[in-house]
Design a protein around this ligand. Sequence first.
Ligand code: ZN
Length: 175
Amino acid sequence: MRRNEEYRFCPRCGGGLERRQVKDGEPKRLVCRRCGFVFYLDPKIAACTIIEVEGRIVLLKRAIPPALGSWVIPGGFVDLGETVPGAAVRETREEASVDVAIGSLVGVYSYPDVSVVIVVYEAVITGGTPAAGDESSELELFDPSGIPWQSLAFASTRDALRDYLDRRHHGAIYS
Ligand SMILES: [Zn+2]
């Protein structure tokens, strides 16, 4: 099913939505037949952190769908009114039970078939002890050589860890 078809009614007036070409060269939009409201479907933004503890990387085993039972880095959706690094700090506290200071940007990850844009930062622990919090069944520290590449939850998890380890390996980060 096309994502566009999940919404049937105008959030403003309750009229029916239809797919309509609003501007040449852009995707068709959901437009209200009654009031003309254009329902733009924008990507959501997620903010995540890669944290190292004595050379090992914090990963969480997901206790909820999607990707239940696979490994992720701490992170979650950015709320309206929140900064992206602020969301990364909050989500890391909720999921990994630690306070962190945000460092360099690891990367921004987006995929044609994924409705989320994922922003990943390096972070260092400033308080607390890593432990599984919301949405996770386990927290484990992985040596870079032992990252469970076959059991990572998302393409962004894999790509961010690769980018991070690549740069670290070449001395760009900790030289
Ligand atoms: Zn309407």
